[in-house]
Design a binder for this molecule. Structure first.
Ligand SMILES: Nc1ncnc2c1ncn2[C@@H]1O[C@H](COP(=O)(O)OP(=O)(O)OP(=O)(O)O)[C@@H](O)[C@H]1O
Length: 255
């Protein structure tokens, strides 16, 4: 693969917090346009890996490259967390406008409206963030992440705090928002991983290493979520990922 096709490259990455080795060694190449999902037991280092890719952490050993360069926090990547982390003193549109400004882009009402329309929020730009639902707040967080031009989307359990129906709807829509972009998504949910990912990586318990690296060759268009979930190959992939998560969760891996 040429480096032009590589969005993210981790080479022999180890990350330690003091004496605790949280991650690694991990080597991983993520091609452009891939939707990579990281799954694993609590504390196995998924968020640490995402923070390394975002440039919020520096690896103790090894190298991390995003678009061929060491990642710079706040540049080139849009982040979405479990909590929407919106500014309550700003309107919905004001939150998106701030992200556009921060990305060095014009924060005109037309730009803001276009981003909100992309995440299905056509008519809430003037509302305060507490006047919209939790699912809508998370859509604003996604719009804000999409404000960066051609962003790498880094999502850390973004739907974990939502009710099941809202979560399903957002999963479905995220498949659309992320089309043509590179995404890395962290979750505990095996079903969510197989539904969203074009590739699923299961991590071992701490220190997080790759236990399973599985391509997900399921159709992404022209099929309803219900049809997709009813396919035998969806069930088979879910079983394979589930087995890897359970196996690795019960083994003792020394720190
Ligand atoms: N800032 C920190 N200082 C010290 N230890 C940390 C720090 N952040 C994370 N850790 C430890 O590193 C390990 C990996 O944490 P991390 O949050 O990356 O795991 P995770 O897989 O995302 O967990 P969860 O699924 O519970 O969110 C854990 O043992 C955690 O306690």
């Amino acid at each position: 693969m040429s480096s032009a096709d590589t969005a993210i490259e981790l080479s022999e990455v180890v990350h330690r917090y003091g004496d605790v080795t949280a991650v690694g060694p991990i080597s991983l190449t993520v091609p452009e346009g891939e939707f990579l999902v990281l799954v694993g037991a609590s504390g196995c280092g998924k968020s640490t890996l995402l923070r390394l890719i975002a440039g919020f952490e520096e690896p103790t050993f090894g190298t991390v490259r995003a678009a061929g360069e060491p990642p710079v926090p706040g540049r080139g990547a849009g982040l979405v967390f479990q909590q929407p982390r919106l500014f309550p003193w700003r309107s919905v549109g004001g939150n998106v406008a701030l992200a556009l400004k921060y990305a060095g882009l014009p924060a005109t009402p037309a730009h803001v409206d276009a981003l909100l329309a992309r995440v299905g929020l056509h008519d809430v730009a003037r509302r305060r963030t507490w006047q919209i639902s939790g699912g809508q707040q998370q859509r604003v967080a996604i719009a804000r992440a999409l404000a960066v031009e051609n962003p790498l989307l880094l999502l850390d359990e973004p739907f974990a705090a939502l009710d099941a129906l809202t979560r399903e709807r957002l999963q479905e829509d995220l498949r659309g928002f992320s089309q043509g972009r590179t995404s890395v998504f962290v979750t505990h949910s095996v079903d969510e991983a197989v539904f969203l990912g074009t590739r699923v990586v299961v991590l071992t318990p701490r220190p997080g290493r790759i236990a399973l690296d599985l391509p997900i060759p399921l159709p992404r268009t022209g099929i309803t979520p219900d049809e997709l979930r009813r396919r035998p190959d969806f069930a088979a992939l879910r079983a394979e990922v589930g087995a890897a998560v359970r196996t690795r969760s019960t083994e003792e891996v020394p720190a």
